[in-house]
Design a protein around this ligand. Structure first.
Ligand code: SAM
Ligand code: SF4
Length: 344
């Protein structure tokens, strides 16, 4: 039988389409699994981090991102852990900004807890970053400390102001937490909308062992939406970023409110994203254990052919979707990785 003729290097620029016909154009890169906070729903207090020796260097991360961009990634989000605690992370941001200049990349952005933003906001803007997501679950300093175990709310609020002053559009992400911030959602929304920032609510997901079960944390967003609808007029918006959030316009504030409901709705049919960790492991589904090592092909040769072929193989077996369950029978992690490893 004749082997199909494949030209050498074909993988390098081959667009990434999975076996369900979904085109991959969005890459999230966790540049470190370390963090300066310890949000109780994300990691345990004595979290074990990946050995530093396993980390890709900033140059390797750049090469990896650039290989994905050559294969059609148009949006790149840096995340973590806390991306802004990775030493010299701005070197990576600056070097990746060349893909914005060339037009290969439409957007370079990041998700941050905001604690280091005051230091980096202007430089981010200077590197072509225009929008960022800041995770903030409460405006109450005591609750903030309880949620993050030792965080200082004022640092985050200063960081948000620095970002806004630098001209960055800020979206606030808040994880809805039973008996913790669920009653504060209207106030958080009014605060965010008052500053022209959208707010997106997220259901807590059973990712990684955090010491305790998830039952005491999980509150379905359908419940919070129904409560909000008693107080505010919510109009569904059609727009979708191809992502999991569904948005409404809030009549009273004029602002946008998003709902990310991985627990109660499955939005996998339109999934356009994959994730890479700081050790070069590719996860093609947030809610599955699937993993492909890209560090080995990356290090095996100076050109990107082996790497691109490994990416193609992994995309070819991207799972159809996830099924998270939190109830009394399923109070263990659905996925053993913590969110801080894959990033959000
Ligand atoms: N440290 C940065 C931050 O907090 O924005 C980036 C990484 S963090 C893992 C990304 C997002 O994941 C945050 O919005 C965080 O609240 C969310 N997150 C963490 N653990 C989660 C979980 N178990 N379920 C749902 N969201 C989670
Ligand atoms: Fe750190 Fe973000 Fe996880 Fe909080 S959610 S512990 S800030 S990685």
């Amino acid at each position: 039988m004749n082997e199909p003729i494949v030209s050498p290097g074909a993988s390098l620029s081959r667009p990434m389409t999975d076996s369900f016909g979904r085109s991959i154009s969005y890459l999230r890169v966790s540049v470190t699994d370390r963090c300066d906070l310890r949000c109780f729903y994300c990691m345990s207090e004595d979290m074990t981090f990946l050995p530093k020796a396993d980390l890709l260097s900033l140059e390797e991360l750049d090469r990896l991102c650039s290989a994905f961009i050559a294969k059609g990634v148009r949006k790149l989000r840096l995340t973590g852990g806390e991306p802004l605690v990775r030493r010299n992370v701005m070197t990576l941001v600056r070097s990746l900004s060349r893909h914005l200049d060339s037009g290969a990349l439409n957007e370079l952005t990041l998700t941050t807890n905001g604690s280091q933003l005051a230091r980096f906001a202007s430089e981010l803007r200077d590197c072509g970053v225009r929008r960022i997501n800041v995770s903030l679950d409460t405006l109450d300093p005591v609750k903030f400390r309880a949620i993050t175990r030792w965080g200082d709310l004022n640092k985050v609020l200063d960081g948000i102001e620095a970002a806004r002053s630098a001209g960055l559009a800020v979206k606030i992400n808040a994880v809805a937490l039973k008996n913790m911030n669920e009653d504060e959602i209207p106030a958080l929304m009014q605060w965010a909308h008052g500053k022209g920032m959208a707010l997106t609510l997220i259901e807590v997901m059973p990712m990684g062992d955090i010491g305790d079960g998830r039952i005491d944390q999980y509150v379905p967003l359908s419940l919070l939406r129904a409560r909000l609808a008693n107080q505010f007029s919510l109009t569904d918006l059609d727009e979708s970023s191809g992502g999991p959030a569904r948005y409404v316009r809030v009549g009273e504030t004029g602002g946008k409110l998003g709902f990310i409901t991985p627990m109660t709705h499955n939005f996998c049919e339109s999934c356009n994203r994959v994730r890479v960790t700081c050790t070069g492991t590719l996860h093609t589904c947030l809610g599955q254990e699937d993993a492909s090592d890209l560090r080995k092909p990356l290090r095996a040769s100076a050109d990107n052919e082996l790497l691109a072929a490994a990416i193609d193989r992994a995309i070819g077996i991207k799972p159809k979707g996830h099924d998270f369950i939190i109830d009394r029978r399923h109070n263990r992690p659905s996925v053993s990785r913590h969110m801080s490893v894959t990033g959000g």
